[in-house]
Design a protein around this ligand. Structure first.
Ligand SMILES: NC(=O)c1ccc[n+]([C@@H]2O[C@H](COP(=O)([O-])OP(=O)(O)OC[C@H]3O[C@@H](n4cnc5c(N)ncnc54)[C@H](OP(=O)(O)O)[C@@H]3O)[C@@H](O)[C@H]2O)c1
Length: 349
């Protein structure tokens, strides 16, 4: 077997960075070779800089790695970025300019015209945008982003429906987990016995990213999908697993059973290619009246399957459902790793 790609993780000590490290243990194609974080952590060993907040032990291979500044050069073939949005633009841009492929979680480049906002099952054709980055980054670097954690589950749920029946409009009301705010995130006194009806920038991200993801690659640009998207976001007292109550107005009349079947039978390129992180079933539909629930359904498909339930006709729009996904796996680190696996399979890495 050919050698593994050596990866650097920017923001390696954070909630998403730790997921990257956990998911990359024994990965067949990637091995962590460099970790970077803020000046609070730089110069320390990863084991001293990072308080491990996932279940299980911190993987032994990273404990003694020095935490470096998030700036090139790093001893790796590509970087995964989970840096805060405010600093990601300059940092990720400098890695791409220095010749590194950058597979990013952050929002910094998501809406740039020449940057694929990628969900491998939904819009792999958008990778055609990479051609445009070749002149911008002559040393061979490029940037590919994954969408916002709530957008991913919404776009993945809508993709088979839009392809089969067309969607005119959708309304998503989210219930988002605490780990989505990073660490330490929301103060316990703000969220215990409470729901916060505001997550900065989140509603705008869902509304703009969804139409781009469901849009078509047209020569060298994306024609956004003509879908009206309305989102309202709430932070709730759940550790992991974002939910959304979704209502959909379809373009063509369709029976609910056909909607269910389109969701259930959805498979795409990652499943055909047998990518390591691709779940056999990207969407599970549950018929019990009280599912999905974060506690029971977030780990479906090793955190890469989204779960849909409460699928019913809607008296205002056409039909409605509740969707759930693991926000730091399908919504962040797992999404970026799947993106990288697709880039390898298609010869971009
Ligand atoms: N959490 C989620 O569910 C989720 C989902 C999708 C996307 N995202 C995105 O992923 C990114 C990371 O989120 P997170 O939840 O992992 O946040 P987090 O827990 O706050 O971690 C932030 C990471 O960035 C590092 N960092 C902070 N300021 C820095 C600076 N000035 N220079 C260099 N490194 C710096 C931190 O290092 P220190 O430990 O040294 O401070 C830490 O490693 C964000 O852009 C977020 O929007 C998160």
């Amino acid at each position: 077997m050919s050698r593994k790609y050596r990866v650097g993780i920017l923001g390696a000590t954070g909630m998403v960075g730790q997921r990257f490290i956990q998911l990359l243990v024994n990965h067949p194609q990637f091995e962590v070779n460099a970790v970077a974080a803020s000046d609070r952590s730089q110069g320390k060993n990863y084991g001293d800089a990072c308080t491990w907040r996932l279940s299980g032990e911190m993987p032994a291979a990273v404990r003694t790695m020095p935490v470096q500044p998030p700036a090139p050069p790093l001893d790796c073939d590509l970087v995964f970025s989970s840096l805060p949005g405010e600093i990601a633009r300059e940092t990720e841009g400098s890695f791409a300019a220095a010749g590194y492929p950058v597979i990013s979680n952050s929002s910094a480049f998501r809406m740039d015209e020449d940057v694929p906002l990628l969900i491998p099952e939904v819009n792999h054709a958008h990778l055609g945008l990479l051609e445009r980055q070749k002149t911008k980054y002559p040393r061979g670097g490029f940037i590919v982003t994954n969408p916002n954690c709530s957008t991913i589950m919404l776009a993945l749920a809508l993709a088979p429906l839009h392809a089969a029946f067309g969607i005119e409009a959708t309304i998503a009301t989210t219930l988002q987990a605490l780990s989505g705010a990073g660490y330490p995130g929301v103060a316990s006194l703000d969220i215990l016995d409470n729901v916060l009806p505001y997550i900065s920038g989140e509603e705008e991200k869902i509304e703009t990213e969804t139409t781009r993801i469901l849009g078509r690659f047209n020569d060298s640009r994306i024609d956004v999908a003509p879908i009206a998207v309305s989102a309202q976001c709430h932070r709730v007292n759940v550790a992991d697993g974002h939910m959304a109550a979704v209502r959909v107005k379809r373009a063509r009349k369709v029976a609910l059973n056909d909607v269910r079947e389109a969701l259930r039978s959805f498979r795409s390129l990652p499943q055909e290619l047998g990518l390591h992180s691709a779940p056999a079933t990207p969407i599970v539909v549950r018929d019990e009246p009280d599912r999905p629930q974060p506690k029971f359904d977030r780990d479906a498909g090793n955190g890469m399957t989204i779960t849909i339930g409460r699928l019913k006709p809607d008296s205002v729009f056409d039909y409605r459902f509740v969707v759930l996904s693991h926000n730091t796996i399908r919504g962040a680190a797992g999404a970026a790793i799947l993106n990288a696996e697709l880039l390898v399979a298609l010869g971009h890495l």
